[in-house]
Design a protein around this ligand. Structure first.
Ligand code: FRU
Length: 492
């Protein structure tokens, strides 16, 4: 009965026990996807940060490994990234093999207590054994210029100038640094002081180049997490599409764009060194929110990650958007399948789904918003996951207002925080049909609308598992067509 505790996710990554926050240092090397994470091995609340570690060959089944990095005299080990140093530019490799280099923030609690402001610096560590053990370089490689929030380095190789670029979150903007060897860093440009959302501190950035889906046009994408100040409260991740010239990032974008409108996708970044033949931009986020992360009702561990997602750059309504979709590898864990019969929903209908365990399932539901024979399009329609205790999680679309929503206000236990219950919305103009792709685990619902153009990730804690699913439509009808449901198998 490993991983069978109450609310233990069955197909999401969680540490065996204790506290986890941001995913860190993800890279791919020699057939293994590495995942590190902000970890406090002594408690189920945040504390002196370590990097926990796990590896996977398919992004879905994970093997836990020992803690990779622990605090030292330079401080706690905050968030950061890792890369394969293919050309051994750092000189830290052995036997002609490329060293793996982690670049992270040292957060010095002693200086912080003394009231200093320069307690965050950037350090590095290296591994020459496929990431199994890590050696710290020693002194920080990037000192603090006198600013409190100076952290979360995300490093990438920039082919044009053949140097490393570090994207760093600095309070209310991004700074770029360059280096020939990952050790000596030089300041380049700044970005964002007067762009994007500024309701909180900027954290955990990521910068990468992407091809526009279906073309060979290239654009640069910058992810920036912000806490608080998200579109539905607390922490969330915004993104910018524009250009990077080796010095700074520029964009013509004037509005704020959000990667996810749910409350529980934070500090997510993408994998480094995915082979060219694969070519995907793979993302994972922390499935929680600083507004309540430390008090959610799980006992042995706290927090899970989102399912791994592929980011895709598209044009929608004449604008660039970054769509997110579940990675294909998730199909490996599909079990029992049901094809739902085509039907018109004009008030509410419960779906018969014998043999499907709702709280470990995937659903692809297609709705036609213009049903046959003179019926009105609905004012509102959606999906309700519920149990006999009167608890429910609702996913719906206010057709007349062009707003999509998820609602967990009656979803289950909410009393642990005043900030938890709630209805989350996003403006969205539906076409004639709408595809809703859902992943439901023991304590979470992930909603991908119309090929991931709109995403909601929400955690939820029902007292009893939801075991019924209902479709509804008000003042008009929708038609369900070509819809499928799968039970998912536990990955643990
Ligand atoms: C984001 C964050 C990072 C920091 C880490 C500390 O959730 O606040 O900015 O490096 O968590 O655990």
């Amino acid at each position: 009965n490993y991983y069978s505790e109450n609310y233990r996710p069955q197909f999401h990554f969680t540490p065996e026990e204790k506290w986890m926050n941001d995913p860190n240092g993800m890279f791919y090397y020699e057939g293994e996807y590495h995942l590190f994470y902000q970890y406090y091995p002594d408690s189920t609340v945040w504390g002196p940060m370590h990097w926990g570690h796990a590896v996977s060959t398919d992004l879905i089944h994970w093997k836990h490994l020992p803690v990779a990095l622990a605090p030292d005299e330079n401080g706690y080990i905050f968030s950061g990234s890792a890369v394969v140093d293919w050309e051994n530019t750092s000189g830290l490799g052995e036997d002609g093999l490329p060293p793996l280099i982690a670049i992270f923030t040292y957060h010095n609690p002693v200086l912080e207590k003394e009231g200093k402001i320069d307690f965050q610096t950037q350090g590095i560590a290296y591994s020459n054994d496929k990431g199994r053990t890590w050696t710290k370089y020693g002194e920080p490689v990037l000192k603090n210029p006198g600013i409190r929030d100076f952290r979360d380095p995300k490093v990438m190789w920039y082919e044009e100038s053949k140097e490393w670029i570090m994207t760093l979150a600095v309070k209310d903007h991004i700074e770029f640094y360059s280096s020939p060897n990952l050790i000596d860093w030089q300041k380049e440009g700044d970005f964002g002081i007067d762009l994007g959302a500024h309701g909180g501190v900027w954290e955990c950035p990521d910068l990468f180049e992407m091809e526009l889906e279906g073309s060979d046009e290239k654009q640069w994408v910058l992810l920036v997490s912000i806490n608080p100040g998200g579109p539905n409260g607390g922490s969330a991740t915004q993104y910018f599409v524009g250009d990077f010239d080796g010095n700074t990032f520029t964009t013509e974008q004037s509005d704020t764009k959000w990667l996810d409108y749910g409350r529980d996708n934070y500090a997510g970044v993408t994998w480094s060194d995915i082979p060219k033949e694969d070519g995907r931009r793979l993302f994972i986020g922390w499935m929680s929110n600083w507004s309540y992360a430390t008090v959610v009702p799980t006992e042995k561990w706290r927090s899970a990650n989102t399912i791994p997602r592929e980011l895709v750059l598209e044009i929608y309504n004449d604008e660039y958007i970054l769509a997110s979709n579940p990675v294909d590898e998730l199909k490996e864990i599909r079990g029992e399948k049901i094809e739902l019969s085509e039907q018109v929903v004009s008030s509410s209908v419960e779906l018969e789904m014998p043999k499907i365990e709702l709280m470990c399932s995937e659903m692809k539901l297609n709705f036609n918003l213009k049903p046959d024979s003179g019926d009105n399009a609905p004012e509102e329609f959606g999906i309700v996951l519920k149990n006999d205790k009167g608890e429910y999680f609702k996913i719906g679309y206010y057709h007349t207002e062009n707003k999509f929503y998820t609602d967990r206000s009656e979803g289950g236990i909410c009393s642990f925080s005043d900030n938890f219950a709630g209805l989350h919305t996003a403006d969205y103009k539906a076409g004639e049909t709408m595809n809703i792709h859902l992943f439901v685990d023991k304590a979470s619902v992930e909603v991908f609308v119309d090929g991931g153009k709109l995403v909601f990730t929400d955690i939820v804690f029902p007292k009893e598992s939801y075991d019924k699913i209902e479709l509804f439509s008000t003042n008009g009808s929708v038609k369900l067509f070509e819809s499928e449901v799968w039970s998912l198998k536990s990955v643990w």
